[in-house]
Ligand binder design. Structure first.
Ligand SMILES: [Zn+2]
Length: 249
């Protein structure tokens, strides 16, 4: 099996799937620059693959600071993410580094971490030349989770912030009430995208997925329900309307 599987999902828009870890990354190529959205686990040479897909300068940007989204980017000099996730990525990296050390392996050092605001204009957009990625805050799964709205192509890359099974059981996840407000705040931009590509599914969701998750979270807040799960953390998994939320006991 190849380390990465590449699918063209639009002109100059690549979905890079890492089967070993079931994660998705995206390369969006503009006229002047390209953005690599997330880096997966790094089981292969991701920067090498990206260089085969574009000769333009590449901006490595993160939807959030979890290991399965940034470890493939360790050979870049800089990584850009929301400031609120910088403490998380540092502690996550430290845990990964120790784990590697315990197995007699070593990790490359963590690249420089810069806030996404270094890349954006006054409208929170990254200009790739003919293409713009608008930063959409989606705090909840982690404090600094963001989505990238590719305006011209009407695609929202949402990472783990808005996905099939939203993991809200982690220590860094917010209370469901706060996450519900986050999602309700997305309503004004819901008309700006047709497809949602997430961090762990090769199939996109329709824009209506947002309302489905809002309904499910509201239901769980009104009257908690679901099935207990033990792995990887004890939590409750509630399913409804084609989506899942996993939340703390
Ligand atoms: Zn995550």
């Amino acid at each position: 099996m190849n380390t990465y599987q590449v699918t063209l999902i639009g002109e100059g828009i690549y979905l890079i799937f890492e089967p070993a870890e079931d994660v998705c990354m995206y390369l969006v190529v503009g006229e002047k620059k390209a953005a690599l959205i997330d880096g997966g686990m790094g089981t292969g040479n991701l920067p090498g693959l990206v260089d085969e897909l574009t000769y333009l300068p590449v901006l490595p940007v993160l939807t959030h600071g979890h290991g399965d989204h940034y470890l493939g980017m360790l050979s870049y000099a800089m990584i850009y993410l929301d400031e609120a996730d910088i403490p998380l990525i540092r502690s996550d990296y430290e845990a990964e580094r120790k784990e590697a050390e315990a197995e007699g392996e070593s990790l490359p050092p963590l690249p420089g971490l810069l806030p996404l605001s270094e890349l954006t204009d006054e409208d929170r957009r990254i200009d790739l030349g003919g293409r713009h990625l608008r930063i959409i805050p989606i705090p909840g799964h982690t404090p600094g989770s963001v989505g990238f709205l590719l305006e011209e192509d009407r695609i929202l890359f949402s990472g783990d912030g808005l996905t099939y099974n939203v993991w809200m059981q982690l220590p860094e996840s917010s209370p469901l009430e706060d996450y519900l407000r986050t999602l309700q705040d997305l309503r004004p931009i819901a008309g700006d995208f047709d497809r949602i590509y997430t961090g762990h599914s090769q199939t996109p969701f329709e824009a209506g997925h947002l309302e489905k998750v809002i309904r499910l979270i509201q239901k769980v807040i009104d009257e908690p329900f679901g099935t207990p799960v033990e792995e990887p953390f004890p939590a409750i998994e509630a399913t409804g309307d084609g989506c899942v939320v996993t939340y703390r006991l």
